[in-house]
Design a protein around this ligand. Structure first.
Ligand SMILES: *Cc1c(COP(=O)(O)O)cnc(C)c1O
Length: 392
């Protein structure tokens, strides 16, 4: 259950929809991840693109995580919120000159470079600024992450990374580039990966390519294996915290590394997804010949994942303990047929005004909100505001 009785009273009259963030769960999740990583000497950068809400970012920063950014604005945001430049990585296939210059000026830890041409541009801009850019080469290892095709990134057909057929050329360009220092290799094969064998396969590829570079006389200091660890969208209450121990243990066992080699991770979803829920109110109930609909006041403008990748989110009533008895299609108000959060969702008989939670919405939720249909700005509520004295 998301809310106790006192909390239910408190949220009853709040304006909906809003994101609810459970800061206790966030803290606990971060502590688990940090502990499992620290004891193996691993470095974890939080992928801001999963959620760059200021409050959450401050908590994440305070725990000692680094930042993984995919735009100049994310780099700037990370700096503004206290992440130090030496813990910031910058990835993405389309870094603009302006974004590269900004990151060079801040002196970030590393650019994860996605093409030979990008490497040349970074070299040129670094030379103009009179600095040395530290880069990791993003290798596309051609691994099937067994996940939705929209969120797999490590196959030859994806746009990400340098294909292995071009590595020879990349290595020679790097050797000649005077303002670029290759510090590492970078891999990121997809998101919402729950099959741990994918990470074992990744380790095998990382070992292969690390050896390939070392045989050619290039020392590799940083092995950045990206992110992608999945969460349990089906059973958020049973598995609120991902199994970081097993995840990091795989890399500890299967990655070959010398004592001077650092292992870096870029986790997004796994650190924040379960801490967020989208709370929405039933506006209307509708029954067709075969269907029962609940029209709620949140839509794809607040949470786009179902419309974008047919993603599953658990949907539940938060204001009652009644057992489910009706199958509802839960739909939003936006003028698109894809604006549907779930089909045939078992819920208690529901009426106008009832409150619903769409769970596991802390990652790739609020950050993808849009103004389509000129919708309001996203609202949010943090758990500590609900846990204050009962007189509030
Ligand atoms: C999106 C992204 C991540 C984070 O992915 P999660 O699945 O949220 O862990 C990490 N690294 C890169 C390069 C990314 O693009």
């Amino acid at each position: 259950m998301l809310f106790n009785n006192i909390q239910r009273e408190r949220i009853r009259d709040l304006e909906t929809p809003f994101y609810y963030y459970d800061l206790d769960l966030l803290n606990e999740t971060l502590d688990h991840a940090k502990h499992a990583a620290d004891k193996r000497g691993f470095h974890v950068h939080y992928a801001l693109k999963a959620n760059f809400n200021d409050r959450l970012l401050s908590v994440i920063q305070s725990k000692g995580f680094g930042a993984d950014c995919v735009s100049g604005n994310e780099v700037q945001k990370a700096i503004d919120l206290g992440f130090t430049a030496d813990k910031i990585t910058f990835a993405g296939v389309g870094k603009s000159d302006k974004e590269i210059i900004l990151s060079l000026q801040h002196g970030i830890f590393a650019f994860n470079v996605e093409s030979i041409q990008e490497m040349e541009v970074i070299n040129e801009l670094a030379s103009k600024l009179g600095v040395i850019a530290k880069v990791s080469l993003r290798i596309n290892p051609n691994i099937d992450a067994n996940t939705h095709h929209y969120i797999t990134t490590g196959l030859d057909e994806n746009k990400f990374g340098v294909p292995t057929s071009e590595l020879e050329t990349a290595a020679s360009v790097i050797r000649q580039a005077k303002n670029v220092e290759l510090i590492g290799l970078h891999f990121h094969v997809g998101s919402q990966i729950t099959d741990m064998n994918v990470f074992k396969s990744l380790c095998v590829k990382v070992n292969e390519w690390k050896n390939w570079f070392e045989e050619r006389g290039t020392q590799i200091k940083v092995l950045n294996v990206g992110g992608g660890l999945g969460v349990d969208y089906q059973l958020p209450d049973d598995n609120p915290i991902p199994d970081f121990e097993t995840y990091f243990e795989i890399f500890d066992r299967f990655l070959e590394r010398a004592p001077h080699q650092e292992v870096h991770f870029e986790l997004g979803r796994a650190l924040v997804a379960q801490s967020g829920s989208l709370i929405t109110k039933v506006l209307y109930t509708k029954s067709g010949v075969k269907k029962h609909f609940l029209v709620v006041d949140a839509g794809m403008t607040e949470l786009m994942r179902p419309a974008l990748y047919q993603a599953y989110h658990k949907i539940e009533r938060v204001d009652t303990d009644q057992e489910p008895g009706v199958l509802y299609d839960v739909v939003g108000p936006i003028c698109e047929s894809s604006d549907c959060f779930g089909k045939e969702v078992p819920l208690p008989q529901s009426e106008r005004g009832d409150l619903i939670a769409i769970r596991t919405a802390g990652a790739y939720g609020e950050v993808m909100a849009s103004h389509y249909n000129l919708r309001d700005e996203v609202r949010y509520l943090y758990s500590d505001a609900l846990n204050l004295s009962p007189s509030l």
